[in-house]
Design a protein around this ligand. Structure first.
Ligand code: ADP
Length: 233
């Protein structure tokens, strides 16, 4: 069996289709992302990184092409199947953490599990383990506003992995952090990815971080090309 967990094949996306201001943002994106692999996605702002991540994460639909998760084509299937795959197979992390302000770190990680039918106790145990992995266990009962930016983002990683997805999609996850914090947060992310064996696609502008991943792909003129981290300005 193939260990490709996310496959994009000939993915195209238009905005403002059939209007004078049409933008052909993705022009045939191909990607094979394997279990245990951490891939950096680099591109200039406006190149279509967020669009690509949203299509890969089934939050948006491709106009042309195929999106397969775990060997199943889900690009054009019903909302119900897409929602299920999104909930079970995909974890998302954004530049800003989007944690729920009125809940503690532990609760933020427990709630998505409870929504999937896990008991409160088991959810809290897993949340605590995840927090431990990223070095934030001692902040479990604090609300997001009481945590530093780096701690908030580490909690957001834990939340994204709470339901044991097969794929992690991250959009500039260290983009709003200072360089030292960014390194710490990235270390935590790598530890989580390595320990869980999931596949991660991480959009970043930080070339030092990109170089630490297993490989780098560049989004250039609407297609993905293999890239060297140091070759990207
Ligand atoms: P990136 O994440 O690389 O900065 P995006 O995927 O956000 O790029 O956007 C790629 C291009 O598509 C940009 O030119 C942007 O203005 C355009 N775009 C993104 N979303 C929309 C939308 N909903 N409607 C029209 N144009 C959009």
């Amino acid at each position: 069996m193939s260990d490709v967990v996310l496959k994009l094949d000939g993915v195209e996306k238009f905005y403002n289709k059939d209007l004078a201001g049409e933008i052909h943002v993705l022009r045939g994106v191909d990607l094979d992302l394997k279990a245990g692999e951490m891939v950096a996605l680099v591109a200039p702002s406006g190149a279509g990184k967020s669009t690509l991540l949203h299509i890969a994460g089934l939050l948006d639909e491709a106009d042309v092409g195929v999106v397969e998760i775990g060997g199943k084509e889900l690009g054009g299937t019903s909302d119900r199947r897409r929602t299920k795959a999104r909930r079970e197979d995909i974890g998302f992390v954004y530049q800003f953490h989007h944690l729920l302000p009125e809940f503690s770190a532990l609760e933020n990680i427990s709630l998505p599990q409870m929504a999937n039918g896990v008991s409160k106790k088991a959810a809290a145990e897993r949340a605590q383990e995840l927090l431990d992995t990223v070095g934030v266990a001692h902040r479990a009962h604090h609300r997001p506003a009481e945590l530093s930016g780096g701690e908030q983002q580490r909690v957001a990683f834990c939340r994204a992995l709470a339901n044991k997805p097969r794929i992690l999609l991250a959009d500039e996850p260290t983009g709003n952090l200072d360089p030292a914090t960014s390194d710490q947060v990235f270390d935590a992310l790598m530890r989580l990815v390595r320990e869980t064996g999931l596949a991660a696609l991480v959009a970043t502008h930080n070339m030092a971080l990109a170089a630490r991943m297993d490989r780098v792909v560049r989004l250039e003129n609407g297609v993905l090309v293999d890239g060297q981290a140091d070759a990207v300005a």
